[in-house]
Design a protein around this ligand. Structure first.
Ligand code: ZN
Length: 467
């Protein structure tokens, strides 16, 4: 057999450990994992130069604003950013304009993404109180999970939040029941909006609109209380829930206890809650603004315990492209700035540096970034691991050379909004990214001709279902 692609001279990560050798790819699948001397002939040979060859990252939390707000980035620009970050598949969350709360909107998004994307992707559906009858239809159309927010649309963003909100407890209970019937996971942005809005009103009335009032208006209790309540709703309704971007160890502890009680519940955190503190908001203001906010150093360090003990299931980037002008608004009044960092390119280098520094094991890192996302959201065993028969999605990262982060080097269209990591010294910069056997990025150069190579992923690949 002549393979399409062979990668040799690598440290291949298989079954939780590295071994020296290579992989062979035919028709987009991994067909051999072996020592170099057993590798077949191939059309293309890539030398990994002794670097780790890992499964491509499956990012559980990415926002692409296409088609609603293409000025913030498109499926072309943001999937190129994904490739630059070693992400070979991502799960796209509403907010988008409009959010996919109906099969028609979902189909349109797939139509928009198909000719553009360089890496694979799957969609979350929107679940809200406004269109309860659509929930089951969207589920059948082909999504990996639902997402909901527990507040009304922020000022001026009605269209982006349409059909995506459960704004009070009554709506939540109904919404949970509707999602429970589909058997899909409901992913929740868990912050107590009543507390937040009251604090914002009070601070504004006192003229307190400086940077620090972002985190002061969203104290840890807003997340902790909401997680506690939602766990009760999940238990009552039998809904499988996943908590998006958890920022506090207290909330992680609640989810851990729910897991110990046997609940089907999942926990996501993001790199910024593990590597950045609220001092970054003092320094960068709106550019470091995200919801929930960055926390204290003590809180950040404690969150690592839950990463290591298995309570955290996955680490998603919460990549959220915006315009500089949408961030700059917050220089005068932090509450008016758009919330979200454009950071899909940071996850892997940050986490690989943490591995080098002994903060977690490589095995745990691959679980958090690749394996668990694929398993929990129905893309396993096609995605999430290097295995014979699985998609040939790999990232080869440079573990030998440190580099200094500069957001000007980012590929995302929104690079100018994410300076928070500037000056960080990291290893693990992705060198080559391979999606279903095609080299999308080689030596940091992205192959522009790969636009449209990315495919929409549907859960249940084992059953042979395709888009
Ligand atoms: Zn998000």
């Amino acid at each position: 057999m002549k393979a399409d692609l062979v990668i040799r001279n690598g440290q291949i990560f298989v079954n939780g450990e590295f071994f020296e050798g290579g992989v062979a790819v035919k028709d987009g699948k991994t067909v051999a994992i072996c020592e170099d001397r057993y590798l077949p002939e191939a059309e293309t040979v890539l030398d990994a130069e002794g670097n780790p060859v890992m499964p491509g990252v499956v990012d559980t939390h990415v926002h692409v604003r296409d088609p609603g707000h293409r000025e913030r980035g498109t499926f072309v620009t943001e999937t190129k950013a994904a490739a630059a970050g070693g992400v070979t598949c991502f799960l796209e969350h509403p907010i988008s304009s409009p959010p996919p709360y109906s099969p028609e909107i979902l189909r349109n998004r797939v139509r928009v993404a198909t000719p553009q994307a360089l890496v694979d992707y799957a969609f979350f559906g929107a679940a809200g109180a406004e269109f309860p009858d659509e929930v089951e239809k969207v589920a059948k159309e082909g999504i990996v999970a639902f997402k909901t927010f527990l507040h009304e649309a922020p000022e001026g963003r009605d269209e982006e939040f349409r059909g995506l909100t459960m704004a009070n407890d009554g709506e939540m209970l109904d919404g949970f029941r509707a999602v429970a019937k589909t058997g899909l996971i409901l992913t929740i942005h868990a912050e107590n909006n009543d507390i937040i809005q009251r604090l914002i009103r009070q601070f504004r009335a006192e003229g307190k609109v400086g940077f620090e009032y972002h985190y002061k208006s969203r104290p840890p209790i807003t997340e902790i209380e909401t997680v506690a309540k939602l766990l009760m709703f999940a238990k009552e309704t039998g809904t499988r829930v996943s908590f998006a971007h958890i920022s506090t160890p207290e909330a992680a502890e609640l989810v851990k206890r729910a897991k110990l009680d046997g609940m089907d519940v999942y926990l996501e955190t993001c790199p910024h809650y593990l590597f950045l503190t609220e001092e970054m908001i003092d320094k960068y203001g709106p550019y470091a603004k995200g919801n929930p906010p960055l926390r204290s150093r003590e809180s950040m360090e404690k969150l690592w315990d839950y990463v290591n003990d298995g309570s955290v299931d996955f680490i998603g980037s919460d990549h959220g492209p915006f315009l500089v002008s949408e961030k700059e608004k917050g220089m005068k009044d932090i509450f008016t700035a758009a919330a979200g960092p454009a950071c899909i390119e940071m996850t892997l280098p940050l986490m690989l540096t943490a591995v080098r520094d002994g903060k977690l094991s490589m095995r745990r890192m691959v679980e958090l970034l690749c394996e668990n996302p694929a398993r929990v959201f129905g893309l396993w065993p096609r995605k999430g691991a290097i295995r014979v028969g699985g998609d040939a999605d790999y990232v080869i990262a440079d573990m030998k050379n440190e580099y200094t982060v500069n957001n000007k080097d980012f590929v995302t269209h929104s690079r100018d909004t994410s300076p928070m990591y500037n000056g960080f010294r990291l290893v693990g910069k992705p060198l080559h990214t391979i999606v279903r056997g095609r080299i999308i990025m080689k030596n940091r150069v992205i192959d522009d001709s790969a636009e449209g190579w990315g495919k929409v992923m549907l859960p249940g690949w084992g059953s042979g279902r395709t888009a």
